[in-house]
Design a protein around this ligand. Structure first.
Ligand code: NAP
Length: 289
C-alpha cells in the first residue's frame, strides 16, 4: 500500500474516538502524531456521544465516510449491538474499542488486551509462556488482558478481586483456555507465600490520580523477583510501582498499553506498521501539558 491511502471521495482519512465524557482523551494527540509520522493525510477527532445516541453515531461512521473509530467509556459493551461483524476475541472479551469501516461494513475489535500484552512483552517480559501471573481486579480492562494473556500459554493465572464472584465467573468461563483460578483479596497473603508468582498486574483503578497514595495490595506482599505492572498511566509511577521499585522489582506502567492499543487500531485502519515511538512521545507530551 503506498502513500495514496485516502478517505471517501479522495479526501483525507477521517478517524475519531467516541465517549462520554471525552474531553480528557489523549487519543487525538496520539493518532494525529501517528498520521503525520506515517505521512498520511487524515484527521482524528474527539466525538462526544451520549449513550442514547450511540446507534445514530455508529450509523454516522458509514454516512460520513469515517475509516475508523475508537470507542471508549461507557460505550465499549453497548457498541457491539451496532456493528456488522465482531472479531472472535472481542466477542469472547465482551467489548469493542476499535471499529474499522471497510466499504460500509463495520467490524469491531478489542485492542486493549493485545495492546497491553505487546507492551508487557516489549518492555518487561519477552516470553510469557510458563509464567505464573497474579491479576488484581476483574473489570472490563482485566477481561481483555486475561484473554490475551491466556493466548501466551502462561503457567497459571490467578485473578483476585474485591467482588470475588466476578473473578470466579471469569475463571469458570475461561477454564478451557488455560490454568486460571480466582482468589479472595483476604487470601492473597497465603497465595503469595505458598506459590511462586512471577508477574503481578494491577488492573484496578486504585492508585490512579487524584488518589495517588493508595495501594491495591499491601506492599509487603511483593518480592524482588516479581515483575510488577500497573495499567494506570496517570501517574506514570503509581504508589504500587514506587514501592515495587524500591525493593528491586522490575516495573511496567500503563502508558505502553495505551500506546499499543492505539498502534493495533492504526494498523487495522491503515494496513501499515504504527509509528509507535511518535505515538508514545505525543502521549507523554500531552500528559505533561
Ligand atoms: P472497571 O471495569 O470499572 O473495573 C474496576 C476494577 O477495579 C474492578 O475489579 C473493581 O472491583 C476494582 N476496584 C475499583 N475500586 C476498588 C477499590 N477501591 N478497592 C478494590 N478494588 C477496586 O474499570 P476498567 O475499565 O477495568 O479500568 C480499570 C483500570 O485500568 C483504570 O485505572 C483504568 O484507568 C485502567 N485502564 C488503563 C488503560 C490503558 O490504556 N493503560 C486502558 C483501560 C483501563 P469490583 O469488581 O469489586 O468493583
Amino acid at each position: 500500500m503506498g502513500n495514496e491511502l485516502k478517505g471517501n471521495g479522495g479526501l483525507p482519512l477521517l478517524f475519531g474516538v467516541m465517549g462520554d465524557p471525552i474531553s480528557q482523551t489523549k487519543s487525538p494527540a496520539m493518532h494525529s502524531a501517528a498520521l503525520e509520522a506515517a505521512g498520511l493525510a487524515g484527521t482524528y477527532v474527539p466525538l462526544h456521544v451520549k449513550p442514547e445516541r450511540l446507534g445514530d453515531a455508529i450509523k454516522g461512521i458509514t454516512a460520513l465516510g469515517y475509516r475508523g473509530v475508537n470507542v471508549t467509556v461507557p460505550h465499549k459493551v453497548d457498541v457491539m449491538k451496532y456493528v456488522d461483524v465482531i472479531d472472535e476475541a472481542a466477542k469472547q472479551i465482551g467489548a469493542v474499542n476499535t471499529i474499522v469501516n471497510e466499504d460500509g461494513v463495520l467490524t469491531g475489535y478489542n485492542t486493549d488486551g493485545i495492546g497491553y500484552i505487546r507492551s508487557l512483552k516489549e518492555e518487561a517480559v519477552a516470553d510469557l509462556s510458563g509464567k505464573h501471573v497474579l491479576v488484581i481486579g476483574c473489570g472490563g480492562a482485566a477481561r481483555g488482558i486475561v484473554y490475551a494473556l491466556l493466548q501466551e500459554k502462561p503457567g497459571s493465572v490467578v485473578v483476585a478481586n474485591r467482588t470475588i464472584g466476578k473473578a470466579q465467573e471469569l475463571a469458570d468461563e475461561w477454564s478451557h483456555l488455560g490454568d486460571i483460578s480466582a482468589c479472595k483479596m483476604e487470601e492473597l497473603a497465603n497465595l503469595l507465600q505458598e506459590s511462586h508468582i512471577d508477574i503481578v498486574i494491577n488492573t484496578t483503578s486504585v492508585g490512579m490520580y487524584p488518589r495517588t497514595g493508595e495501594l491495591p495490595i499491601p506492599a509487603e506482599l511483593l518480592a524482588p523477583h516479581m515483575v510488577v505492572s500497573d495499567l494506570i498511566y496517570n501517574p506514570l509511577k503509581t504508589e504500587l510501582l514506587l514501592r515495587a521499585e524500591s525493593i528491586g522489582c522490575r516495573i511496567h506502567n500503563g502508558l505502553g498499553m495505551f500506546v499499543y492499543q492505539g498502534a493495533y487500531a492504526f494498523e487495522y485502519w491503515t494496513g501499515r506498521p504504527a509509528p509507535v515511538e511518535a505515538m508514545r512521545a505525543a502521549v507523554l507530551s500531552s500528559l505533561q501539558a
